[in-house]
Write a protein that binds this ligand. Structure first.
Ligand code: FES
Length: 103
């Protein structure tokens, strides 16, 4: 957990393996099989993306696949982090932001 994160794992499981994951340039160790959005929040990752028009920061809101504020890009595919689980070696990036969509 990153100091300063307001998110905590409620019931840390002592047998849960930690695996290496990258979010942009950040190297993280996250619990294998946990919800990806929740694990990133506990690790202090924010924002997950920026809006394409204004560039405003966004992060998980609904945690049930409805709001799309948790979008991340994994292996070139933009997906909802709250609908995924942590796996070894994930390479996560922010989806295209303002200016990236031009031309
Ligand atoms: S947090 Fe709303 S879709 Fe993922």
């Amino acid at each position: 957990m990153k100091p300063g994160s307001n998110f905590r794992e409620l019931t840390p499981m002592p047998d849960t393996a930690l695996v290496d994951v990258r979010f942009g340039t950040q190297a993280l160790r996250l619990p294998l099989g946990e919800n990806l959005a929740a694990a990133l929040l506990v690790a202090g990752v924010m924002p997950f993306r920026r809006t394409p028009v204004s560039g405003a920061p966004r992060g998980p809101f609904c945690m049930m696949g409805a709001c799309f504020d948790c979008l991340v890009k994994i292996d070139g595919v933009t997906r909802q982090a709250c609908m995924l689980t942590v796996a070894e070696g994930l390479e996560i990036e922010m989806p295209a932001a303002k200016g990236d969509l031009d031309g």
